[in-house]
Design a protein around this ligand. Structure first.
Ligand SMILES: Cc1ncc(COP(=O)(O)O)c(C=O)c1O
Length: 357
């Protein structure tokens, strides 16, 4: 007898996690859009003091963290949903809104989790190609919205192409969409965008009751190992997600760390500045080697390798201890996605690349 799974399981793609390679020596990990810096010392202290209460369940209401997010954003706590990474919020949103007959619209290539949402619920995924510069084509996306559309996702800045649109463009786009469509603006990398201040998107929430801003502590805050993200949307959105999820999905260490991290905006600014310096360094070096990139507004570059074999480059870099991602695994052949590390790590990447090309 073998186990029997429901028919949807077979339709769900396996998440293309970055491979880890057996390499003797220090690995340069530029494959998962992480930050290269350890958490702030006071965040580590907050985690250490939470350790002593691990015999207790975490706060299911995430009250302190939601209060801190509210103070930071001005959004009332009732409209703040905290999740086990922003991925949990995406998956739960799909569970609450999608079903056979419903539709979800998103651009492609975009974040690798999005195809899971339709596959796991039996809804129809409508994907819209990015424009020639790797940006969302909002007009084409609007044309795909029907009475059956329940969710439309805009990833801004977009993973994996790193491009972004200014909030004014998103504002006009959402204003023209029917109100029954939940527009999820995935802002995992928004702090790195030079096109806006992260707070600019908050104004959009006031104007569009169907808008959900999705944010994470995994990127600029450097806490991806703990899994915590949040959404700012309507109270209905939060209540629906809370009904479908287990009550204790965000662990106590994650809640304590995220609440503390929000108090260190000077550190966020420092990281954004250092990332911008590395972006310039890497992009300039790639251009000198004849490799084009899209206009990155994130902590990574989407690098065109032309007619070279991208798989060979990725394997060659891995043999030299540098891990990056192949475009094919992320939706488009002919590209590498390279996260910025420290200057030393970036220079190891560039040296390995020189060795190969
Ligand atoms: C666009 C985008 N959204 C969401 C996430 C997920 O982040 P989290 O760690 O909060 O689940 C990622 C992670 O890579 C991402 O690139």
């Amino acid at each position: 007898m073998t186990l029997e799974f429901n028919t949807r399981v077979g339709d769900i793609p396996v998440y293309p996690a970055a491979a880890t390679y057996a390499f003797e020596g220090e690995l340069v990990k530029l494959a998962s859009n992480e930050t290269p810096w350890a958490p702030h010392p006071q965040v580590l202290e907050a985690i250490e003091s939470a350790l002593r209460s691990l015999n207790r369940y975490p706060d299911p209401a995430k009250s302190r963290l939601r209060q801190r997010i509210s103070e930071r954003t001005g959004v009332p706590t009732g409209r703040i949903t905290v999740g086990n990474g922003s991925c949990e919020i995406l998956l739960s949103a799909a569970e609450t809104m999608l079903e056979p007959g419903a539709e979800i619209v998103y651009a492609w290539p975009s974040f690798s989790m999005y195809p899971h949402l339709a596959a796991m619920t039996g809804a129809r995924a409508v994907t819209v190609p990015l424009d020639a510069e790797g940006r969302h084509d909002l007009e084409a996306m609007a044309r795909e919205v029907t009475a059956a559309t329940r969710i439309l996702i805009v990833c801004n800045p977009n993973n994996p192409t790193a491009t972004a649109l200014p909030p004014a463009a998103i504002d006009a786009f959402v204003a023209d969409l029917p109100r029954h469509v939940a527009v999820i603006l995935d802002e995992a990398y928004v702090e790195f965008s030079t096109l806006q201040d992260p707070d600019d998107s908050l104004d959009l929430l006031e104007r569009h009751p169907n808008l959900v801003l999705l944010r994470t502590f995994s990127k600029v805050y450097g806490l991806c190992g703990l899994r915590v993200g949040y959404a700012l949307g309507s109270e209905d959105f939060r209540l629906a997600l809370d009904r479908i999820r287990q009550p204790f999905s965000v662990n106590a260490l994650a809640q304590a760390a995220a609440a503390e991290a929000l108090g260190h905006q000077d550190e966020v600014e420092r990281r954004v500045e250092r990332t911008a310096v590395e972006r310039m360094h890497v992009e300039t070096a790639l251009a000198e080697r004849g490799l084009g990139t899209t206009d990155s507004q994130a902590n990574f570059s989407w690098v065109s390798v032309g007619d070279r074999d991208e798989g060979e480059i990725v394997r060659g870099l891995a043999e030299r201890g540098v891990i990056v991602r192949e475009g094919t695994a992320l939706g488009e052949a002919g590209y590498l996605r390279v996260t910025y590390g420290t200057r030393e790590e970036n220079d190891r990447f560039l040296a390995a690349l020189d060795d190969l090309l």
